[in-house]
Design a protein around this ligand. Structure first.
Ligand code: ZN
Ligand code: ZN
Length: 246
């Protein structure tokens, strides 16, 4: 499984980062989790064909996680995509998603591929989709609006993505996580609705985690300095255009 980090920034404007967006790929199946700035360029830079993307999964509907959708659909249309595109969102955002696609007048471009909206209840654990040997299951994250984290399983490996969240006891329940992708809006500061790097390393049992990649990062936060205090080779500060292979 290849995990491509299109963006690793928080909602705050970043000088070197787009907002957080991650593509999971295996055996020619591609799932994009959230859509941030210039998704077409980022996917091309990371060698994912726009025509081959199978699904887009929205963890929540804050603007930093969704605003790239018009650009993505526009690029797919211009490249004459034919394959259906599955869009997954919490049922509480379904109406907004349809209204937004209608506001873009995507039905008049005319798009030659079906857009299939599928909803889930983000307060429940649910397997959302499977493809290319990967399965995606959502669980409730702890944020200011309905938000999910994701468990992705592939060939016996377990990847957990926190989504935007406070420290989540659900993540602490795993016996083992091969790769934990966790938000760290701050390096040390404790604030509601989000996490710091220090909280994550202190409040989860890092012995149960193979590696942790921090995303949703803010400018002017001292991540490297805080990470160095733990002398922990498992900690990776995420960067745009980085790929992890499991
Ligand atoms: Zn966010
Ligand atoms: Zn958010």
């Amino acid at each position: 499984m290849d995990i491509r980090f299109l963006g690793t920034g928080s909602a705050y404007p970043g000088s070197e980062r787009d907002n957080t967006s991650i593509c999971f790929s295996n055996a020619g199946y591609h799932v994009l989790v959230d859509v941030s700035g210039n998704p077409c360029r980022k996917l091309k830079q990371m060698k994912v064909d726009l025509g081959e993307l199978d699904a887009v999964l929205f963890t929540h509907f804050h603007i930093d996680h969704i605003y790239g959708l018009p650009s993505l659909l526009w690029g797919m249309w211009l490249e004459n995509r034919k394959k259906p595109l599955r869009l997954f969102c919490d049922y509480r955002n379904e109406k907004k998603l349809y209204e937004w696609v209608a506001t873009m007048e995507a039905d008049k471009w005319p798009i030659a591929f079906p857009i299939e909206v599928e909803t889930f209840d983000g307060d429940q654990e649910e397997q959302l989709l499977s493809g290319g040997g990967m399965t995606f299951t959502c669980f409730k994250a702890l944020h200011s609006v309905p938000t999910v984290g994701l468990e992705v399983r592939c060939a016996g490996r377990v990847v957990v993505y926190s989504g935007d969240t406070e420290i989540n006891t659900r993540i602490g329940q795993y016996d083992h996580i091969d790769l934990l992708i966790h938000e760290a809006t701050f390096a040390r500061k404790v604030a509601g609705n989000h996490c710091s790097l220090v909280e994550v390393v202190n409040k989860y049992d890092m012995d149960k985690v193979g590696e942790v990649v921090f995303v949703h990062l803010s400018d002017n936060e001292l991540y490297e300095e805080e990470a160095a205090k733990f002398c922990n080779s498992k900690i990776v500060i995420g960067e745009d255009l980085m790929t992890k292979r499991l």
